[in-house]
Design a binder for this molecule. Structure first.
Ligand code: TRP
Length: 489
């Protein structure tokens, strides 16, 4: 069986927008500004920026280089580095696959909220229905969630099914600019609301004393890893679709800044709105609202509550509710694409399977596994703790250590530099070899140390993941990778 004909992005812009699409997700909207508020406001931007510079951008560059240099998905990359490292690649692929199964369920709620916030705008505005009741009714109404899930998967499936340049690239070229435009509208509305300045002060007024707390730094480094989707899966594959001899380092800088800039910018919408709620309720601190300031609670309860009380009545509330949930859905949709594509690419690399059938099968299986989370939404948190947070850290730790000490980053650096707009110096080697693994080790240790008990659900998922990774690693390669293993390295 031969190799499947290579696919490429049509333009560099398409690659960068797709990478930004993977990075910008639910976390930029409901996690970043909340972390900033909790961790010292504007002062948090210091550890955040440091984390971005010393591990975020270097790891992003590393993933771009690994994918492009070895021309494939993570199992192929790790196998080409050394035969018995292939399993690391599969762990990353299975991990991202599991993330997709519940990420899509959250997106299903978001999708349903796009129209629920229109349909229920009058009742919300009249105070006959509270946003928290609406949310718990939705989550317990599995049929509605199933509709949202089916639509979300259908659109994602169709995008990835169409291929790299016809599907993912075209979708990103539309979705990412649209996401920005709609966000600008939300930010303008947010910052011009009465009381917005109070909210924004809570978001950004620096409290430098917080920087003395270790947890603030852990949050900054953890968020950088998460927000850039650094996990040895999506970005490696996206970069493998750039032709060889392409510019890569500057593309990584652009991706990182677009992503982090979006988070910072969107925080003005969120905190303008929170300030407005504070002034409506005459309270002096955000906590006194007794309403969630981050996470799903922010999106599904706090924002809809504020929307329902916007000046202008129910029709205005409906329009802004629609815009907000559309932004959230677009952000998540472009991330979900970047979850399915690497799963397909890994199977293609090893088994020589074709795109259309594989993408269809992976989507259907993801949908079916996702039913667990539709009917048991409480399982999302423990599963996410494992695959969406803890695993990312040690996978990346291994990735950086393998690249740094085993493969040799110097080789990658010299590969990229002739075509790079921003050249990589030896600093890059040091950051990958030392800064990245050491910070990952600290986050991992700290995160597990402060987790009182790891739930059985987390452990079961972990064991299942490892068994599956061992099994798939043990299967025979059906493509002609073998002969190229040593030739190119
Ligand atoms: N970056 C995404 C966000 O901020 C989350 C994420 C982490 C992700 N790893 C991923 C998305 C892998 C897609 C694929 O919400």
């Amino acid at each position: 069986m031969g190799e499947i004909a290579a696919e490429y992005w049509k333009r560099r812009k398409g690659f960068i927008l797709a990478a930004i699409g993977s990075a910008i997700g639910l976390g930029n909207i409901w996690r970043f500004s909340w972390l900033t508020y909790r961790n010292g406001g504007g002062a948090f931007l210091i550890p955040y920026f440091i984390a971005l510079l010393i591990v975020g951008v270097p790891l992003l560059i590393l993933e771009f280089l690994l994918g492009n240099y070895f021309g494939g998905s993570s199992p192929k990359v790790f196998r080409k580095i050394r035969d018995n490292l292939e399993i690391i690649g599969w762990i990353a692929i299975l991990d991202v696959f599991i993330i997709g199964t519940y990420y899509a369920v959250v997106l299903a709620w978001v999708f349903d909220y796009i129209w629920l916030s229109i349909v229920y705008a009058p009742q919300l505005a009249a105070g006959q229905l509270s946003a928290s009741t609406l949310f718990s009714n939705l989550v317990s109404n599995s049929w509605l969630v199933l509709v949202g899930l089916a639509v979300t998967w259908f659109v994602t499936w169709y995008t990835v099914f169409r291929g790299v340049s016809e599907g993912i690239e075209k979708a990103s070229l539309v979705a990412i600019p649209l996401l920005w435009i709609l966000s600008v509208i939300l930010v303008i509305r947010g910052v011009t609301l009465p009381g917005a300045d109070t909210g924004i002060n809570w978001y950004l007024t620096p409290d430098f004393s917080k920087l003395a707390q270790g947890s603030v730094w852990i949050d900054a480094f953890g968020q950088i890893l998460f927000t850039l989707s650094i996990m040895a899966a999506p970005l490696i594959v996206y970069a493998s679709y750039m032709p060889k001899k392409s510019e890569l380092p500057n593309s990584a800088w652009i991706t990182a800044f677009a992503n982090c800039g979006f988070s910072f910018f969107f925080g003005f919408a969120t905190w303008g709105i929170i300030g407005y709620l504070m002034s409506l309720n005459n309270v002096a601190s955000p906590e006194a609202l007794k309403i969630p300031l981050g996470g799903g609670g922010l999106a599904f309860i706090t924002i809809p509550t504020a929307m329902s009380r916007l000046p202008g009545g129910p029709s205005v509330a409906a329009v802004f509710g629609l815009i907000f949930f559309l932004v959230l859905w677009l952000a998540g949709y472009t991330s979900l694409i970047s979850i399915i594509e690497p799963v397909y690419a890994a199977l293609r690399d090893k088994f020589g399977v074709t795109r259309r059938q594989t993408v269809t099968a992976v989507t259907i299986i993801s949908f079916i596994i996702g039913l667990i989370f539709v009917f048991k939404p409480n399982m999302i948190d423990p599963v996410d703790f494992m695959v969406g947070s803890t695993n990312l850290v040690w996978i990346v730790l291994l990735e950086a250590a393998v690249a740094g000490f085993y493969l040799g980053v110097k080789k990658l650096r010299e590969y990229a530099n002739p075509y790079a707009e921003l050249k990589l110096g030896v600093w890059f080697d040091y950051l990958i070899k030392y800064a990245a693994p050491i910070s990952m080790a600290i986050i991992l240790f700290y995160g597990l140390w402060f987790t009182k008990s790891i739930s059985p659900v987390s452990l079961i998922v972990m064991v299942a993941l490892l068994i599956a990774a061992i099994l798939v690693t043990g299967l025979k390669w059906k493509t002609e990778l073998k002969e190229t293993v040593t030739a190119e390295v």
